[in-house]
Design a protein around this ligand. Sequence first.
Ligand SMILES: NC(=O)c1ccc[n+]([C@@H]2O[C@H](COP(=O)([O-])OP(=O)(O)OC[C@H]3O[C@@H](n4cnc5c(N)ncnc54)[C@H](O)[C@@H]3O)[C@@H](O)[C@H]2O)c1
Length: 305
Amino acid sequence: MRILVTGGAGFIGSHIVDAYLEAGHEVAVVDNLSTGRRSNVNRDARLYEVDIHAREFERIVADFRPEVINHHAAQASVKVGQADPVHDLEVNGGGTARVCALALQYGVRKVIYASSGGTVYGEPERLPVTEDHPIAPRSNYGTSKYVGELYVELARRTGGLQFTTFRYGNAYGPRQDPHGEAGVVAIFTGLMLAGQPCTIDGDGEQRKDYLYVGDIARANLLALEAGDGLVANIGTGIGTTVNEIWRTLSDATGNTIPPRHGPPRPGDVRNFWLDCTRARDALGWQPLVTFEEGIRRTVDAFRAG
Ligand SMILES: NC(=O)c1ccc[n+]([C@@H]2O[C@H](COP(=O)([O-])OP(=O)(O)OC[C@H]3O[C@@H](n4cnc5c(N)ncnc54)[C@H](O)[C@@H]3O)[C@@H](O)[C@H]2O)c1
């Protein structure tokens, strides 16, 4: 199958590219390298260093004629979204609208869209969070990611474009940026391997749903053949505390420096994990990598540089 992956030089997108190539598909990547890296992109994929808003993007879709567009390009930072809501909406809302418009124009069969389970639901009313939980984001980023969902649904309703929308939990794994403001596993791994202390926000007992990136890539592989019209959570259904992450990572890295505690993050959701029954029923997907195993693979990859 010919597949175009937007954001394929980023953390999650690059793992999806690897999974598609390994399954024998032909892959092109469109990425403006704003946060992504050329070195993340598999040599067997064609990389176009192009912005999804640029004219050039249309020519690539017209020439490559993908059967599926896997859309992972985004402004992926909650903090940046708060500082610049217009840019956030342009990339995440407007960018997704453009992907859908081009998909319709050039006969693409399906768009696979990366949404955010951690932000579109807002403060959970009940746990685990199912897909029919009210949509009530508390950030510009969560709002713009949901706008993207509305565009892919609109394209199906009015143009017959197929879609699968995934609402991910907190992804972690190799290639996650340790210098970002989010991604506690990557940040702590980077600090521990550099022999520096980690700072835990608040008491560290906040629980989130941390999912290994390889399990996300596998969901995107299954969505090539199934899950048309599906909106599904992709997580583990397990809440892991920041203190547990710190302990597991300390074991894996040999870290002995105790953590510091900073103030709690303002507006942070305290407890959050996803019900993923729908993905299991529709795709036969479930996470296969345990937290300990995922951490071990992450630390090994960070050590290898
Ligand atoms: N990391 C998570 O835990 C998580 C959770 C839920 C959803 N998501 C979503 O998954 C996707 C990937 O996130 P990630 O964590 O890998 O982030 P990332 O920043 O590593 O990946 C985003 C990629 O998109 C590229 N990009 C950004 N703007 C672009 C543009 N205008 N044109 C072309 N390329 C552009 C970046 O260069 C980068 O390679 C995003 O859509 C994000 O919203 C991530």
